[in-house]
Design a protein around this ligand. Structure first.
Ligand code: FEO
Length: 397
């Protein structure tokens, strides 16, 4: 990637990771980017670095603009290694006067790199520094999504360098929102929100209202992953506002795994019941859908219905994986139910219901268990379950 001037004297100098396909459990079918921003002013500042393996790309891009040794300030908005893996080597080359970070950022940097001789300068939320003609304001965004996270806002450019927030895992030669189909971009942004920020939705809501109260004007949002919001910054803020509310629409997911098609057949009948109630549905076989894509669908769903046969007195491994992943992401305001076939012991429905309770999902029905292969009457019951959930969704709207 060539450096790109995104605002006058502000350059994106980060790197593309075309072939990464897994980001700690999040499938990145389209790779990702590690964005880093270089501001040329009386004081030259570098905002965030890149993953360790991409250090050469970063240095190459910086060198096209300035000798890295001339950089005065390094700003660490977020300590996770995809943005700091290259930091120790960059610090050796740059030897900046100051390294700006939040108080939790300093703590995390020390715990990661064990460098107590770096020129840390801890900043507080709202604090500003001057680079010469440009002013940087720091906005702490604790737990969005790490304790150390913060934004850097360049006042004169109305530019928000937003760390992970508003990002997308999408490697592409385009760099701005207006260069790609907005629907695809929003799809990537929604997946990012669902898999990274969902558990912190109440903090997102609070942050957005704080930003609104302070009245800071945002013309451009430059996240640390993916494309830069040059044209539709208000659109992605609005999307975050809506996702953080987790209201869900009249949509239900039937998420299942099956051994000999019994649970799969039940899933189809539940779907039919939901359709009879006019609910938008998705039938999700966990053998062919990645957990991180399922969570993206959960984001705007109102109901989640899980099905697994009983397997070794438990549930199938794909279902256990899905429920564990989902529990960590803490989706709110969902309705749920369970179903599944069994041979002799039949624990699956109880175990799924237990997981739903732990996730504070409102259980609409105790669930349906079917011995071996469903009969016509069993499938009628499944249709009825779908209808019951459909009605509950509509009543709750
Ligand atoms: Fe992109 Fe939380 O790191």
């Amino acid at each position: 990637m060539q450096p790109t001037e995104i605002k006058k004297n502000v350059y994106q100098v980060g790197s593309l990771d075309w072939n990464i396909r897994d980001f700690h459990g999040y499938s990145t079918y389209k790779g990702t980017t590690y964005n880093s921003f270089l501001v040329m002013d009386e004081k030259i500042a570098l905002f965030d670095t890149v993953k360790k393996d991409f250090k050469s790309d970063l240095l190459h891009n910086i060198r096209k603009i300035v000798d890295p040794g001339k950089i005065n300030y390094v700003i660490v908005n977020h300590v996770e290694m995809d943005h700091t893996g290259s930091l120790p080597e960059i610090m050796e080359i740059v030897r900046p006067e100051k390294l700006f970070c939040s108080s939790m950022g300093k703590k995390a940097l020390l715990a990661h790199f064990h460098k107590d001789d770096w020129p840390y300068e801890v900043v507080e939320s709202g604090q500003t520094i001057s680079l010469g003609s440009k002013t940087v304001q720091f906005i702490e965004t604790r737990m969005l999504h790490w304790p150390d996270s913060m934004f850097s806002y360049i006042k004169e450019d109305c530019l928000l360098i937003s760390s992970d927030a508003f990002g997308q895992h999408w490697a592409t030669n385009e760099q701005f929102d207006d260069e790609v189909a907005l629907s695809e971009l929003l799809r990537h942004a929604a997946k990012y929100y669902a898999n990274i920020l969902l558990p912190f939705s109440s903090l997102v809501k609070k942050l957005l209202s704080n930003i609104q109260e302070t009245g800071i004007e945002i013309d451009m949002i430059a996240p640390d992953h993916g494309l830069i919001w040059r044209t539709d910054a208000p659109g992605i803020i609005e999307a975050y506002d809506s996702w953080s509310q987790q209201k869900g629409r009249q949509k239900a997911l039937v998420i299942y795994d099956t051994m000999w098609h019994s649970t799969g057949t039940m899933a189809k009948s539940i779907i039919n019941g939901l359709l009879m109630e006019g609910i938008s549905v998705q039938m999700i076989d966990l053998n062919v859908n990645h957990r991180s894509d399922v969570i993206t669908e959960v984001l705007d769903a109102r109901a989640v219905i899980f099905g697994s046969p009983t397997f070794n007195k438990g549930i199938l491994p794909q279902m256990a994986d899905m429920l564990t992943y989902m529990k960590g992401l803490r989706p709110a305001n969902k309705l749920g139910a369970a179903f599944g076939s069994y041979g002799w012991s039949g624990e699956a429905v109880r175990l799924i219901n237990q997981a739903l309770e732990e996730m504070k999902i409102k259980i609409v029905d105790p669930g349906i268990r079917v011995e071996y292969v469903p009969t016509h009457d069993d499938l009628k019951q499944c249709v009825a379950l779908g209808r019951k959930i459909g009605k509950a969704i509509k009543e709750d709207a």
